[in-house]
Design a protein around this ligand. Structure first.
Ligand code: NAD
Length: 409
């Protein structure tokens, strides 16, 4: 992660939005800090018999609209500032998506690639043991995020059931199918991002067939590539943490993924040109999709961005000074709290199914998500026109109105 403090960036976004529409000072003061932040130490027995202690966090930001909701990230750069920023954005995102949830986020500081599967299971179960008193279907419902998987959610759910006896599965979402997971949850963030884009494409003056560059090819970037391609757009570039590739007539995601699995990186992908991270961000294309980590579009590179639209599928990929530069250039930024809200929307459907003991089909899940995201995307676009501002500030305003109402302001 870069040296930009994500929580300061989040608070800067808040104050910029509230210049455009004012809110009661008491309400805003409360939103400047989370309701609760918890630090935990998690002892894990390693495969070689030694004991290591890992440091983890859970931030419960705001629950005025429902139980705290937000993923758990395993990353070597994860710290409390990042988790606080992510929890704050979750509170806003759930309000933008208009789902009955508040905002929270969790994380553990580690590089998961350095742990064996048994060690990761010990760590995931240990995290749940430390926090089982604050998690709960009506209190705080975590989910996957960067480097965490459905299998890890299953370990945590199982640990929670052992401790509390509650076997509904509603304490955590993103579980595997057949173990309380929802149909459609895996692709939901990428698909939802595509639905948001599609609902706004004409309003943003984009052609029916666009060129798309995607940074990051994990769960979110990978599914985004699939759905953009299926809808007739051309994914011209993709990247992972090691570098990227470019192919003017389009990359097929499954071929890229298989190549990466076999070779460990994208370097040497047949027919494609190798490009750097920096080159991917400044490619001449219609849509740039950051789908990796925070602070990728900064004042250093924003001036060189040539895409007409930035669809933020990662959380916090654009800094506040970069927002101003992009806005000045007439580039539409579809903000993270709208663009990637498909994930938490379907997570909430999973929670609802678990609470009611139901199981919905993928077609039903996708249709419900599409209808909801279409409606909210257009509401945010219209709010940006009404307030003569960018979609980030418009999304903040809409979210703040909803949270303020729930808090009685
Ligand atoms: P993931 O762990 O599956 O994938 C992350 C990807 O980013 C990997 O391909 C990795 O190689 C790549 N990456 C890391 N650093 C990079 C760099 N500097 N340049 C290019 N690529 C880089 O994670 P994910 O679940 O796909 O999440 C990606 C982003 O989307 C995160 O910001 C996350 O918070 C956000 N998000 C995820 C979900 C979800 O449902 N998974 C929901 C909403 C938002």
């Amino acid at each position: 992660m870069s040296s930009i403090n994500p929580f300061e960036n989040a608070l800067a976004q808040l104050s910029r939005a509230t210049v455009i529409k004012s809110f009661p000072a008491e309400f805003l003061t409360q939103l400047e800090s989370p309701n609760r932040e918890v630090h935990v130490s998690i002892p894990v027995k390693m495969d070689d018999g030694t004991l290591r202690v890992f440091h983890g966090y859970r931030v419960e930001y705001n629950n005025a609209r429902g139980p705290y909701k937000g993923g758990i990230r395993y990353h070597q750069d994860t710290d409390i500032s990042e988790v606080k920023a992510l929890a704050f954005w979750m509170a806003l995102k759930c309000a933008v998506a208009n789902i009955p949830m508040g905002g929270g986020k969790g994380g553990i500081t580690l590089d998961p690639k350095t742990l064996s599967k048994t060690e990761l299971e010990g760590l995931s179960r240990g995290y749940m043991r430390r926090l089982s008193d604050i998690f709960g279907p009506e209190k705080d419902v975590p989910a996957p995020d960067v480097n965490t998987t459905p299998e890890m959610m299953d370990w945590m759910n199982d640990e929670y059931t052992k401790i509390t006896g509650d076997a509904r599965g509603a304490v955590i979402t993103g579980k595997p199918l057949g173990k309380g997971g929802s149909e459609g949850r895996g692709p939901a963030t990428g698909l939802g991002g595509f639905y948001v884009f599609d609902a706004l494409r004409e309003k943003m003056n984009l052609p029916a067939s666009c060129t798309v560059a995607i940074q990051g090819m994990g769960n979110v970037g990978g599914f985004a590539a699939k759905f953009f391609t299926e809808a007739g757009h051309t994914v011209v570039a993709m990247s992972d943490s090691k570098g990227g590739i470019y192919k003017a007539d389009g990359l097929k995601y499954d071929e890229v993924e298989n190549y990466k699995k076999e070779h460990g990186s994208l370097a040497g992908f047949p027919g494609a040109k190798e490009i750097t991270q920096a080159e991917l961000l400044t490619l001449d294309c219609d849509v740039l999709v950051p789908a990796a980590l925070e602070n990728q579009i900064t004042e250093e590179n924003a001036g060189n961005i040539k895409a007409k639209v930035v669809l933020e599928l990662a959380n916090g990929p654009t800094t506040t000074p970069a927002d101003d530069i992009l806005f000045g250039k007439g580039i539409h930024v579809v903000p993270d709290i709208l663009a990637n809200s498909g994930g938490v929307t379907v997570s909430t459907y999973e929670w609802e199914q678990n609470m009611k003991g139901e199981s919905w089909t993928e077609a039903d899940v996708n249709a419900k998500m599409k209808e909801s995201l279409n409606r909210e995307a257009i509401a945010i676009f219209d709010a940006s026109v009404e307030h003569k501002t960018d979609m980030r500030r418009a999304a903040f305003i809409v979210a703040l109105e909803r949270i303020a109402k729930a808090m009685g302001y």
